[in-house]
Design a protein around this ligand. Sequence first.
Ligand code: FES
Length: 106
Amino acid sequence: MVRVRFIQHDGTEQVVQGEVGSSVMQTARDNLVPGIIGDCGGNCSCATCHGYVDPAWLDKLEPRDENEELMLDGAMDTESNSRLTCQIKLTPELDGIVVRLPVSQT
Ligand code: FES
């Protein structure tokens, strides 16, 4: 299992565990983490799974692909470390990854 630490915009933290190969978005949904909606089910077409990956973890991730870039272009309050969490698949190397959540989802 891979641990994911979610930090809400108000500072509330929740550490949950997800399966290797599952996405950060699915892990959040499976553990009822508020703030990650995942309307499109992980098809990179809604941006309701937007989160900010802690900069210390960015190098461990595959870069955004073109679809993710396009969806983030239309999302609110994006930053350089914004990612669609449905596009982040859990690997053992990501154990402990930190994802902060925006105030609102698009
Ligand atoms: Fe829709 Fe990630 S769940 S873009």
